[in-house]
Design a binder for this molecule. Structure first.
Ligand code: ZN
Length: 65
């Protein structure tokens, strides 16, 4: 049983800064609250576009030919 595994280092999804993946880091996988909020802002601005969004009228349905 391992109580103290070494902290993993992951790149912050927002700024690519190395972040310690640690239970004490409330913003993981982000480096800070700021980056977490920036990422949420990206989602709100639809920069993370999901192809085939059923709400998108430009996407043809399966019956459309
Ligand atoms: Zn960051």
């Amino acid at each position: 049983m391992v109580d103290e595994a070494p902290a993993r280092i992951v790149p912050c999804p927002q700024c690519r800064k190395p972040v310690q993946w640690h239970p004490d880091n409330p913003w993981r996988p982000f480096c800070s609250e700021r980056c977490k909020m920036l990422d949420l802002g990206d989602w709100a601005n639809e920069r993370h576009n999901i192809p085939g969004d059923p709400d998108d009228p430009d996407v043809p349905g399966p019956d459309e030919e």
